[in-house]
Design a protein around this ligand. Structure first.
Ligand SMILES: [Zn+2]
Length: 328
């Protein structure tokens, strides 16, 4: 785990003290000033909050979300916000707890309505049997935290955001509810498209570097043949890499999935010794991109990599392919 993200936070504390501790006047009922860890969450906060929120994301969408390099501006915005939205499940555990502590913002400390964990209530994959470091549990101690790529994750995260905004601005409840319904409809239409793509990807196989795509892969029914990291956050040994290469050689039509921030020298060593193609996928929305557009791009990239046609918009008008509950 990288430690640099916390180094310097004590120095940044001075900045937090200078800008106050986020305690606005009780009469202030303007837009909810919010901070989100991921661009995906920031987009959904905008979707549900509209003009009633002003939200900034900390991640750009191209970095390793387990080890984000914080800047003084992140401390300043966190110290001034009324709501802080995180994925949770320890996805951001290397940098969010220190950031919140350093901000000295009482509204977003643990147990306060301003600290919102959008993964709450989701079904979690890969919960470790023990918290031993041998399990790689220092990176994914509560199970796989990369829930933002599940097909139903947008609706689930949006519902958590709606509930928190209603709590912070109860007089705008009807507006938040209406915005949620509109987003829910858009997401369900997209999910039908993605489910149709899943039918075409049935029995296709992938090899992954890190396990950040596993919710998506499960929803698409893609089989994970091997993970290049032997444990989350642990680089491959030569022996492990040799095993992955053996598997890759037996499955020349498999696609090797990786992220831009991964150890792509190891990925290239696999790809260079077999016929599999490599696909660099985003593991979250990038900058101002919406969660839906990001997911759409990811699905189109997978369709291209496996050389299958992407389902048309007309196909998404058909009924019955998407579950109605909010949990993915
Ligand atoms: Zn991870």
């Amino acid at each position: 785990m990288q430690r640099f993200s916390l180094i310097g936070l004590h120095v940044l504390f001075v900045l937090a003290a200078l800008v106050g501790n986020g305690q606005a006047s009780p009469l202030a009922q303007g837009p909810v000033k919010a901070v989100a860890t991921l661009p995906d969450i920031a987009d959904l906060v905008r979707e549900i909050g509209g003009d009633r929120v002003e939200v900034k994301a900390i991640c750009k969408g191209t970095e390793n979300v387990h080890a984000v390099r914080l800047k003084p501006s992140h401390v300043v915005m966190t110290s001034r916000c009324e709501a802080f939205f995180q994925v949770g499940l320890s996805l951001e555990h290397a940098w969010v707890p220190g950031l919140i502590k350093t901000s000295r913002n009482r509204k977003i400390q643990a147990g306060q309505p301003g600290l919102v964990t959008v993964s709450e209530g989701m079904t979690v994959l890969e919960k470790p049997a023990s918290l031993s470091r041998k399990e790689g549990a220092d990176i994914h101690p509560e199970g796989n935290p990369h829930v933002n790529l599940a097909h139903g994750a947008g609706r689930h995260m949006a519902a958590r955001i709606r509930d928190s905004l209603v709590e912070l601005r109860p007089k705008h409840k009807a507006e938040f509810e209406a915005r949620f319904k509109a987003f829910e409809a858009k997401s369900k239409a997209a999910e039908i498209r993605w489910t149709k793509l899943a039918a075409q990807l049935k029995d296709k196989k992938v090899i992954v570097y890190h396990s950040e795509f596993n919710y998506l892969l499960e929803d698409l029914g893609l089989e994970v043949l091997a993970t290049i990291e032997p444990k989350p956050g642990v680089p491959p040994t030569p022996g492990h890499l040799a095993k992955v290469i053996q598997i890759a050689r037996k499955h020349p039509k498999a696609v090797v999935l990786t992220a831009a921030w991964s150890n792509n020298r190891a990925v290239d060593r696999v790809v260079d010794t077999c016929e599999c193609c490599k696909l660099v996928l985003a593991s979250m929305a990038v900058k101002e991109q919406s969660w839906l557009d990001s997911m759409e791009d990811i699905h189109r990239s997978l369709a291209n990599a496996f050389e299958v046609a992407y389902p048309s918009d007309e196909a998404s008008d058909e009924e019955g392919a998407v579950p109605t509950e909010e949990t993915p």
